[in-house]
Ligand binder design. Structure first.
Ligand code: BTN
Length: 264
């Protein structure tokens, strides 16, 4: 088991601000928690927090993100965008596109599942959790947290994830190749800055286009579960609010704001 080498990440960065302030821990509660605290104390835009393991890794919808040491990537980036709070979902889409690019660069055939999962084949290998501190109607700062199952073996997935192991995978399992964690972290940080900069200058249109191209749900019959409600339809894309557009059997289009999607 090896800890992450900060220098091996830094020397691969071609960014202006992302990762220029970087904290690499062997263990934290959650990198999002640490990044939120740093941000509330004034840490600059682009600050990166990485940990080899997390004891309280958090996922979407209050779920846990299992974060064993020595194998994966747990990373959070502090952003200070001049952005209306309602556009926050687009930061998650920006992160998903960056993640997809970095995965492709690592030789993994991946696709995005709305809103923020990265699938390798049909199983989840990574997720994005964006958190935001709001001031008035604007984002004061945001923390984009990304967890990527890189080098977990089948055995580790089964041992760590128990019954959800059948829905999860890692880059190693999907591609048969071990991933250099520092090189992958640097590639992800580079992609994040590139995509974020594009979004801030060109707006939502290109992001919707790039995201849709990478989304594996488009044109497929899906089911979205949110609490007790289930909506079925063909996924057509996302709108300017970041909602998933589902064409139902009657032809009408429903906008879905939250939920878990499955291809049926
Ligand atoms: C999801 O539910 O799909 C989102 C998972 C996000 C996990 C990452 S790991 C790094 C960062 N720190 C956390 O506590 N969560 C995010």
């Amino acid at each position: 088991m090896s800890l992450l080498d900060r220098r091996a990440i830094s020397e691969r960065l071609d960014t202006e601000s992302f990762g220029r302030t970087m904290y690499v821990f062997s263990e934290v509660g959650s990198t999002n928690e640490a990044a939120n605290e740093l941000a509330s104390n004034g840490a600059p835009h682009g600050t990166v927090v990485i940990a080899d393991s997390q004891t309280r890794g958090r996922g979407r919808m209050g779920r846990k993100w299992l974060s064993p040491p020595g194998c994966n990537l747990y990373i959070s980036v502090i952003l200070r965008p001049a952005l209306p709070a309602r556009d926050a979902p687009f930061i998650t889409f920006v992160a998903s596109i960056a993640l997809h690019e970095a995965a492709t660069g690592a030789g993994v055939k991946a696709s995005i599942k709305w809103p923020n999962d990265l699938l390798a084949g049909v199983k989840k290998a990574a997720g994005v959790l964006t958190e935001m501190e709001v001031e008035g109607e604007k984002a004061k700062y945001m923390v984009v947290g990304i967890g990527v199952n890189l080098n977990m073996t089948d055995k580790m997935l089964a041992a760590e994830l128990g019954e959800v192991a059948s829905e999860a995978t890692s880059f190693l399992v999907a591609s048969g190749r071990e991933v250099d964690r520092e090189a992958f972290a640097a590639s992800l940080i580079n992609q994040l800055e590139k995509r974020y900069t594009e979004f801030m200058s060109a707006g939502k249109g290109p992001i919707i286009q790039q995201w849709t191209k990478r989304c594996g749900l488009i044109g497929r019959q899906v089911e979205v579960c949110e609490g007790d409600s289930v909506t079925r339809g063909v996924a057509e894309g996302i709108n300017g609010a970041g909602h998933l557009l589902l064409r139902k059997t009657g032809g009408e289009v429903e906008e879905i704001g939250t939920g878990d999607v499955a291809i049926v």
